[in-house]
Design a protein around this ligand. Structure first.
Ligand SMILES: Nc1ncnc2c1ncn2[C@@H]1O[C@H](COP(=O)(O)OP(=O)(O)O)[C@@H](O)[C@H]1O
Ligand SMILES: [Mg+2]
Length: 234
């Protein structure tokens, strides 16, 4: 589905993503890990069209997306969340979903929106103002709901579990597990907590200073000396 070939992103003299090659299929739930500043979010930005890669190739279902604008990537089925929730504050929860859905699909399907609100446990919050009247767990759920409203085939989740307390996190993880099945989407999730990754993902990829240093089962990857070294710095 998604194929990256030698993808690089440079900011001035800094190579944030360094020649990354990766294939992700619709049945994958891939954990993307690495230290702060490793290039994880920049990789998502390059895939979703927010930053322009310096070199390499991005294709999705066989279509070259290197020069495609953001809406075209969304319309071809790439959905994402942001590390810091970015709702439109002056709009209600439901209106946020409508805007996201129209951006990515060109139409509004209220039935689908109801289904997403229900799935993300936001139904009774639908008329609430985004951000100002939502708790952190709900804001994170809204990020996921907005991404789902774009009708994705591949979902890029950037630290959606970060900052949640234990119970909220447990419920959120159940939702993510079902999401893969219920919406038939492939998932790449950026997450720091190794236990969470092992619980959610059959596959893990590790970025270290912009380079992909491992890609495999959680068991193989977290026992890889190069990965352990990148984590402990020795
Ligand atoms: N828009 C930008 N302009 C300049 N440097 C950036 C920009 N975005 C990210 N960086 C730098 O690129 C590197 C990777 O950042 P990022 O992708 O956010 O890492 P991660 O998500 O893995 O923590 C960092 O050194 C960061 O400071
Ligand atoms: Mg990040």
């Amino acid at each position: 589905m998604l194929q990256l070939d030698n993808l690089s992103v440079c900011f001035g003299g800094l190579t944030a993503v360094n020649s990354v090659s990766l294939k992700v299929e619709s049945q994958d739930v891939l954990g993307l890990v690495g230290a702060n500043g490793a290039g994880k979010t920049t990789l998502f930005n390059a895939i979703s069209g927010l930053v322009r890669p310096t070199s390499g190739k991005i294709s999705f279902n066989g279509v070259d997306l290197m020069r495609a604008p953001m809406y075209q990537r969304a319309r071809s089925g790439i959905g994402r969340t942001f590390q810091i929730p970015q709702p439109m504050h002056e709009l209600s929860v439901r209106e946020n979903l409508i805007v996201a859905q129209r951006f990515a699909t060109g139409r509004v399907d209220q039935h689908k929106i109801d289904e997403i609100l229900d799935f993300t446990s936001l139904s009774d919050k639908a008329s609430r103002q985004a951000a100002s009247e939502l708790a952190l767990t709900e804001l994170k759920a809204l990020e996921v709901a907005k991404a789902l409203a774009t009708n994705p085939r591949l979902l890029l989740l950037d630290e959606v579990l970060a900052g949640l307390e234990t119970n909220g996190k447990r419920r959120f993880m159940q939702m993510l597990k079902q999401l893969h099945q219920s919406f038939a989407v492939g998932i790449i999730i950026i997450e720091h907590d190794i236990e969470t990754i092992c619980n959610l993902c059959q596959r893990v990829a590790v970025l270290n200073f912009g380079q992909l240093i491992a890609d495999g089962t959680p068991d193989a990857v977290f026992n890889d000396p190069a990965v352990i070294k990148s984590y402990t710095g020795n």
